[in-house]
Design a protein around this ligand. Structure first.
Ligand SMILES: NC(=O)c1ccc[n+]([C@@H]2O[C@H](COP(=O)([O-])OP(=O)(O)OC[C@H]3O[C@@H](n4cnc5c(N)ncnc54)[C@H](O)[C@@H]3O)[C@@H](O)[C@H]2O)c1
Length: 307
């Protein structure tokens, strides 16, 4: 198949591109390199340095005649979305619409969307929560992802563009950027490997559902052949708090630091964990890497990481 991957130079996208190429697909990456890295892009993929908001993206669609688009490019920093919701919406909503218009025009068959299983639900009422849980996002980023999902439904009904929506939990693994504000595993691993004690925001009791990047890639591969248009949580259902994460990475990197707490970050959800049973039942997807294995693989990667 001819597949376009937006954000294919980024953390999750670059792993996805590697797997699609391994499976024999023809892949083109569309990325503006605002966060991604060119050296992460598989050299068998075509690469287009392009912003998803720009009109010229249509030329790529004309040239490549994609069968499928994986859309992972995003402004994904929640705090940036809070401080500049207009910018967030330009990238995450208008960028999406730009892509969808070209999908319809060039008859792309299927659109697979990277949504979020954290910010989209807001503070949860049930743990882990399934896809029917109310969506009450409390950040512009979460609102943009929810809005995107609704646009996908509209493009299906109006133009027949098929979609699969994957609501990822907190993804971690090799190639995550340890310099950003998000990605606590990458930040802790990088700091602790450099002999630095990282700051734990607040009391460290906030929980997240950590899912390893290879498992998220496998969910994306399953979505390629899934016959219906559905929304799936892609998470483990397990809650881990930041103190526990620190304890494990501290140990695995051979350090003996004590917890170093700083001020809490405003607007952070207290708890988050999502139920992936629907993906397991309908797409035969299950997470295969447990936290201990995933942390080890991530730390091994960061041992030779260069900025
Ligand atoms: N990492 C997680 O825990 C997580 C959780 C839930 C959802 N997601 C979603 O998964 C997707 C991928 O996330 P990631 O962790 O790989 O992030 P990432 O920042 O590593 O990758 C995003 C990529 O998109 C590119 N990009 C950003 N804005 C762009 C634009 N305007 N035009 C073209 N390219 C642009 C960046 O350069 C980067 O390569 C995002 O849509 C994100 O919202 C991630």
């Amino acid at each position: 198949m001819k597949i376009g991957v937006t954000g294919g130079a980024g953390f999750i996208g670059s792993h996805l591109v590697d797997s699609l190429i391994r499976d024999g697909h023809r892949v083109a990456v569309i990325d503006n390199l605002s966060m991604g890295r060119l050296n992460q892009v598989n050299d068998k993929a075509a690469f287009y340095l392009m912003d998803i908001r720009h009109d010229e993206i249509g030329k790529i669609f004309d040239l490549e005649s994609f069968d499928v688009i994986y859309h992972l490019a995003a402004q994904m920093d929640i705090r940036v979305s809070v401080s500049d919701p207009v910018y967030d919406a330009r990238v995450n909503i208008l960028g999406l619409l730009n892509l969808l218009q070209h999908c319809v025009r060039t008859r792309v068959r299927r659109f697979i969307f990277a949504s979020t299983g954290g910010a989209i639900y807001g503070e949860q009422e049930a743990f882990p929560c399934d896809e029917s849980h109310p969506t009450r996002p409390v950040s512009p980023y979460g609102i943009a992802k929810l809005t995107s999902e609704k646009y996908l439904y509209y493009y299906l009904k109006e133009f027949g563009l098929e979609h699969v929506i994957l609501r990822y939990a907190n993804v971690y693994g090799p190639r995550q950027n340890p310099r950003g504000e998000a990605g606590v595993v990458a930040i802790f691993a990088h700091k602790l490997l450099s002999g630095e004690n990282p700051v734990i925001n607040g009391d460290g009791r906030q929980t997240r559902d950590y899912v390893f990047v290879d498992d998220v890639v496998n969910a994306n591969l399953s979505a390629l052949h899934y016959s219906e248009c559905e929304t799936f949580n892609i998470g483990t259902g397990n809650e881990t708090d930041v103190n526990e994460l620190f304890k494990q990475i501290n140990h695995l990197t051979g350090n003996q630091f004590s917890e170093n707490h700083g001020p809490a970050k405003p607007g952070e959800q207290k708890r988050s964990a999502i139920d992936g049973s629907k993906a397991s039942l309908k797409m035969q997807w299950t997470p295969r890497t447990d936290l201990a294995q995933g942390l080890k693989k991530t730390i091994d990667y960061f041992k030779s990481w260069k900025p």
